[in-house]
Design a protein around this ligand. Sequence first.
Ligand SMILES: NC(=O)c1ccc[n+]([C@@H]2O[C@H](COP(=O)([O-])OP(=O)(O)OC[C@H]3O[C@@H](n4cnc5c(N)ncnc54)[C@H](OP(=O)(O)O)[C@@H]3O)[C@@H](O)[C@H]2O)c1
Length: 336
Amino acid sequence: MPDNRQFCLAQRPADRVNADTFALGTVPAPELQAGEALVRTLYLSLDPTNRIWITDIEQYMPPVQLGEVMRGYGIGQVVASKNPDLAPGDLVNGMLGWQDYSIACPSNPMQVLPAGLPITLPALLNVCGGTGLTAYFGLTDLGAPKAGETLLVSAASGAVGSVVGQIGKILGMRVVGITGGPEKCRHIIEDLGFDAAVDYRAADWREQLAAATPNGIDVDFENVGGQIMDAVMRRMNLHSRLVLCGLISNYNDPVPDMADFSVLLMRRITVRPFIILDYAPRFAEGAMRLAQWLMEGKLKHRETIVDGLENAPTALNRLFDGDKLGKLMLKVADPA
Ligand SMILES: NC(=O)c1ccc[n+]([C@@H]2O[C@H](COP(=O)([O-])OP(=O)(O)OC[C@H]3O[C@@H](n4cnc5c(N)ncnc54)[C@H](OP(=O)(O)O)[C@@H]3O)[C@@H](O)[C@H]2O)c1
């Protein structure tokens, strides 16, 4: 059996992930039992929710326990199989963990990716994976989008936000994105087709937000929370919708920066919080629609790919520093 490098949770961080948070060890890859397949990790998605999973707070899945392999979603390749539905060479996605090899089995199911699509593996993980599906179902199902309305999306140059904004344009909305720095503002307008951008790192970002939303905001796709969400809510229209997807500005912070919710009441804003797992029965439908748009050139995609499993912990902090463009992921191995 090959060596299996794996990161286990060593210590729960008080704020940022640091050198003591994970321990890197090597064990033999597990022996296969009947019904199982051995999967080699190719790409791992790095997600803000990874930071939530290592915190002992109420959440939508059990927190990763101390000593456990870090949970991680990604794309892998079957290298050995005692499961008739998984053949060596098959590309699969699922919960692979921060390790070189994992086991696909009934308690850790993995889905075979369709063969022969003209879509790269990073683009599949990005647009047709968990973050693209989050954008698709969050906006189309919960945002109740209408052509001509104003859609505001925060973390707009990131994995979820960049797809949300582009779907908003496909659906005929006026789309405004909030992102950090002039280059990312240029990117979402010129490369992705957004109508306007707000640079939250600029001193005058509140004025930029007001200028970019002259008719207020009909749908807020909220990825950030805190002061940004607070300012956005104050631009929202009567009976508008707030799709509550994420609150990344709070994930490293032991004392969350809360928005003032009174405006929700005064403007009768509908708040729709969701976790993408709610949509699991519809993943295939969403992935097919996203793949179609991708192949038609209607969805542009960018990935920041960090090489090497050993870099996972330091790479994760780039989500919180905004030190990347598009979807952040880790490349662990090439397909055979
Ligand atoms: N509900 C669900 O099921 C679900 C599923 C997936 C993701 N999410 C949520 O969706 C959000 C985006 O996730 P993602 O995977 O697409 O990540 P991402 O947007 O690709 O990366 C995170 C981005 O957040 C921005 N950011 C980080 N800290 C910030 C702060 N303090 N203030 C303002 N912006 C900040 C940065 O944007 P700049 O680069 O512009 O600086 C950073 O690049 C997260 O809140 C995540 O938890 C929810």
